[in-house]
Design a protein around this ligand. Structure first.
Ligand SMILES: [Zn+2]
Length: 150
């Protein structure tokens, strides 16, 4: 367990303590850096979740505004990372594999909103963001490959 030593009387307090048990000095400075076990407030979860999607939308608009029309099939971009990715992605688009992709995103989102601890939230959030980045890059490669066909 992490101990917090008081800046006033140098008494050792439990890591969760918000004020010194000896002299009552409040540990203000600690508040800015949330710990693994801290509860994650729901509004913060929404900020991070919506923030990730906003960045995806901005990235898509910057790459090619017309790609926003392909949004329903967005998860197809993940297939591009498989061997022969472009073919797999086009196949996946036709057989509706993007529905499975959306289910993964929904599952990860639900896990994030269900996570009580800040640390757990961020572990899932990192996986979520990595998938989004791979997905955006994958989409761009698929679109380039597809536009090369016609
Ligand atoms: Zn103290």
């Amino acid at each position: 367990m992490i101990m917090k030593s008081c800046p006033n009387c140098s008494r050792e307090n439990g890591g969760e303590a918000e004020q010194c048990e000896g002299c009552g000095t409040k540990f203000e400075g600690e508040r800015g850096s949330p710990k693994f076990g801290d509860p994650m407030p729901m509004p913060h979860k929404w900020q991070f979740w919506l923030g990730a999607w906003c960045l995806v939308a901005i990235a898509t608009l910057v790459i090619h505004p017309a790609y926003i029309l392909a949004v329903p099939f967005f998860p197809v971009g993940l297939l591009d990372w498989l061997p022969h990715g472009e073919e797999k992605a086009i196949e996946g688009w036709m057989i509706g594999a993007w529905v499975v992709g959306w289910m993964i995103y929904v599952f990860l989102s639900m896990a994030m909103f269900a996570a009580k601890r800040t640390g757990i939230f961020f572990i899932i959030y990192v996986i979520f963001c990595v998938l989004l980045v791979l997905n955006v890059v994958g989409c761009q490669r698929v679109m380039q490959a597809a536009s090369g066909i016609h």
